[in-house]
Design a protein around this ligand. Structure first.
Ligand code: DGL
Length: 262
């Protein structure tokens, strides 16, 4: 038994739907969510810079919250820093990488769109995923930093029409390319999955890694014998300026807003 929290780490709000899945399925666990808003957006920085921010941020989370496990709920951070995190810190990590494998398993037409940050779309890690799991598919990679910023800064105060117009370029590109699967390979985009489903209908599968990541957390908890038996308070912290948006997200996900205190 281990009642220490499970920490979630992202550059912003993208990891929240992943935490939402875990909260629902692991009711005895305590969670702390850390958004490295001071360095958002990761996807428009160099891999070297992102690696530095992630290593420093994770070190701060470990010092302040003493978590038993860390979920890097960010494709960009996982792709560039996961192996170094595992080498440096002695606790279990769960990473989030583009869900190409489940998408390729299901794609009848063998044409898949991968929507990510520019950094993830171009990284060698994504090349390896394509080679390993989707070698016989045409994978159209789309890096969209503008849509990441929309989710981070505007989504919480946008109505359905504004959301529709924000995703329109992607919806049009997906239709024009005739793909049958859209992989949401930046955690921020999982906050748009219902909007994508509404616009694209049943002919395009919207695929993300929430459930895969959640199941991996469960497996690791059992394997390490570190499940909790008493729940504490779930918290959300940010590294940059506090904002109303984060108060609203904290409320939506049932987290106490702890401001910049990890
Ligand atoms: N949420 C992050 C991801 O999954 C990246 C967002 C950013 O650019 O900071 O890739």
């Amino acid at each position: 038994m281990d009642n220490r929290p499970i920490a979630f780490f992202d550059s912003g709000v993208g990891g929240l739907p992943y935490l939402g899945w875990a909260k629902e399925h692991l009711p005895r666990e305590t969670f702390v969510y850390f958004a490295d808003t001071a360095h958002f957006p990761y996807g428009e920085k160099s891999a070297k810079e992102v690696r530095t921010f992630v290593l420093e941020g994770v070190e701060g989370v470990i010092r302040a919250s003493n978590p038993k496990m860390i979920v890097i709920a960010c494709n960009t951070a996982s792709v560039v820093a996961l192996s170094e995190l595992r080498a440096r810190f002695r606790l279990p990590f769960v990473g989030v990488v583009p869900a190409l494998k489940p998408a390729a398993e299901r794609s009848a037409g063998r044409r898949i769109a991968l929507l990510a940050t520019g950094l993830t779309a171009e990284d060698g890690y994504t090349d390896d995923l394509v080679r390993s799991f989707a070698a016989d598919c045409e994978v159209i990679r789309i890096g969209d930093g503008e849509l990441v910023r929309f989710v981070e800064y505007e989504l919480v105060s946008s109505d359905a029409e504004r959301i529709r117009s924000a995703i329109r370029p992607i919806v049009e590109a997906v239709r024009a390319k005739g793909v049958d699967s859209l992989v949401l390979a930046c955690t921020h985009f999982t906050l748009l999955d219902a909007a994508f489903k509404r616009e694209l209908g049943d002919s395009v599968a919207i695929v993300d890694s929430r459930e895969g990541v959640g199941r991996q957390i469960m497996r690791l908890l059992a394997q390490e014998g570190i499940e909790a038996d008493a729940k504490g308070e779930d918290r959300l912290c940010v590294s940059g300026q506090e904002s109303d948006r984060y108060l609203r997200f904290a409320e939506r996900y049932g987290l106490a807003f702890a401001g910049t205190k990890v």
